[in-house]
Write a protein that binds this ligand. Structure first.
Ligand SMILES: Cc1cc2nc3c(=O)[nH]c(=O)nc-3n(C[C@H](O)[C@H](O)[C@H](O)COP(=O)(O)O)c2cc1C
Ligand code: SF4
Length: 467
């Protein structure tokens, strides 16, 4: 079913990045409506709309804004345009195709939070997008949407675009703040949360690009319209990405709550699998949220699973903030699905996933630094045809002891590393075990002796090699 588009309404149109084209389609009307309200009224309106953050955690934007101390001399707004979650590119589409929609959202959020300086923190690789955004910002300044006395309201807002150097962890809000301050992008221990002590130790709001791009539409179309879209507790539309061997990989807009199956097979979305392939697995919320089983395993419980009892078809999982948790996923994440076809080797998937997080851990916390490295080493061993059944247990055990959930780390990166590894082992254990059973006798021992003779003698998490 075709859905009306709001966030992507200008994508593909001629001159969609220009102020004139944006204004011709009602652009900046939302900001004008917002500025007729008092900032606190605007915060209440966004709270009523229950606009949940699109950056991954789904935290309600209005509530986050209301955590700012009532009495404050200065407030900063940081726009999170780091977008490094594999395989996510919905912010990129907005930045490069409709920069004024993003800027209008920045203006509305800044006015609501009484911010006088906003920073747009852009992923280092976004070179073209940076130039598009800078040009749009210059145009918006010239037209009086930024700078002094905006729209004659007496409100002043300066906005700067800052380019990162390409680290995943700089998307974490306090890593972003540190990086903006010119330091190494190491996340901070919380509390204090940014709302109280953020950029330059001042009250700060960090919001995702897409979250902000929703604001003009809520202002012009109204809260009731917004609440009627999506599913209970998950309102509005969402930009979904789908990649992998589907017929139409891309970024699509639909109300929250479409199923993973619709996203892969729907004619308005992925259009089905290319070349007659089937879905073996899908990571529906970006890698960090974990994997579901595809349609090669309908209605079969995951063999050897530890806490997965369901025997239903996992592609029926709804992409909203709540349903995903019923399937053991970490959350909705970025709603960017990567599809793994039936002819892929699950060991390659595990290797790719674990390599990414081991590379991106900033190294401050032992459990994250060592845990991600261990998982990668074990994945390499499994891929080399030298795995052991106990390696699968170790992967699960490590993944349960390294993240914020058990209180082991400063930021959520290791939770994002744990979930894909754990869900892959839980759901595809039978395939891993088949590969292990097909290895030559003593392959694991020989591999470890060759790669790291010292480790051969050491007990690993209580399990002696070859035990
Ligand atoms: C390792 C890590 C990477 C993150 N990367 C991003 C990112 O690239 N973009 C983003 O908006 N949020 C990212 N987040 C979430 C942010 O910390 C923060 O929750 C978000 O920017 C808040 O915006 P929202 O409330 O509008 O969603 C990341 C979190 C973690 C733990
Ligand atoms: S959890 Fe990992 S990425 Fe986050 S601060 Fe600690 S070491 Fe760095």
């Amino acid at each position: 079913m075709a859905h009306e588009k709001f966030l992507l309404k200008n994508v593909g149109k001629r001159h969609s990045t220009s102020l004139a084209a944006y204004k011709a389609s009602g652009g900046y009307d939302g900001a004008a409506a917002a500025m007729k309200l008092k900032p606190d009224e605007l915060v209440e309106l966004v709270k009523k709309a229950n606009l949940r953050g699109r950056g991954g955690a789904g935290f309600p934007a209005g509530m986050k804004w209301s955590f700012l101390p009532p009495k404050r001399d200065i407030t900063y707004l940081c726009v999170n345009a780091d977008e490094s979650e594999p395989p996510t590119f919905c912010n990129r589409v907005l930045l490069e195709s409709d920069p004024h929609m993003v800027l209008e959202g920045v203006l509305i959020a800044a006015y609501a939070t009484r911010t006088t300086t906003a920073y747009i923190y852009m992923r280092g690789e976004f070179t073209e997008q940076f130039h598009i955004m800078q040009k749009a910002l210059d145009e918006a300044y010239a037209a009086g949407y930024f700078g002094k006395n905006i729209l004659g309201s007496g409100y002043d807002l300066e906005c700067y675009i800052h380019r990162g150097a390409g680290a995943y962890v700089c998307g974490e809000e306090t890593g972003l703040i540190e990086s903006l301050e010119g330091k190494r992008g190491w996340p901070r221990i919380k509390p204090p949360f940014p709302a109280v002590e953020g950029l330059f130790r001042k009250p700060t709001v960090v919001n995702n690009v897409e979250t902000l791009a929703c604001l003009p539409h809520i202002l012009t179309r109204g809260v009731d319209w917004w609440l009627a879209l999506g599913s209970p507790g998950s309102h509005g539309t969402k930009l979904y990405c789908v990649s992998g061997p589907v017929n139409r990989p891309g970024c699509y807009e639909a109300p929250l709550g479409i199923t993973v199956r619709e996203l892969i097979y729907g004619d308005d979305f992925g259009g089905g699998m290319a070349g007659g392939k089937k879905v073996k697995a899908v990571f529906p919320g970006g890698l960090s949220m974990g994997a579901l089983r595809g349609d090669v395993f309908p209605k079969i419980p995951a063999a050897g699973s530890i806490d997965l009892k369901q025997d239903f078809d996992e592609l029926d999982c709804k992409l909203d903030f709540d349903d995903v948790r019923k399937y053991g996923l970490l959350g909705l994440g970025t709603a960017a699905a990567v599809v793994v076809p039936d002819d892929a080797d699950i060991r390659d998937v595990l290797l790719n996933v674990s390599r990414f997080y081991a590379h991106e851990s900033c190294g401050q916390c032992t459990q994250c630094r060592e845990g991600t490295a261990w998982m990668y080493k074990i994945a390499q061993r499994l891929r080399a045809g030298a795995g052991r059944s106990v390696d699968l247990d170790i992967l699960v055990e490590v993944s349960q002891n390294m993240g914020m959930m058990p209180g082991m780390s400063i930021c959520g990166l290791p939770d994002g590393a744990a979930w894909p590894v754990r869900t892959l082992v839980q759901r595809f254990r039978a395939e891993f075990e088949r590969h292990i059973a097909a290895q030559p006798p003593r392959a694991a021992e020989e591999h470890i002796r060759r790669v790291n003779p010292a480790a051969y003698e050491l007990p690993i998490l209580g399990a002696r090699v070859g035990a």
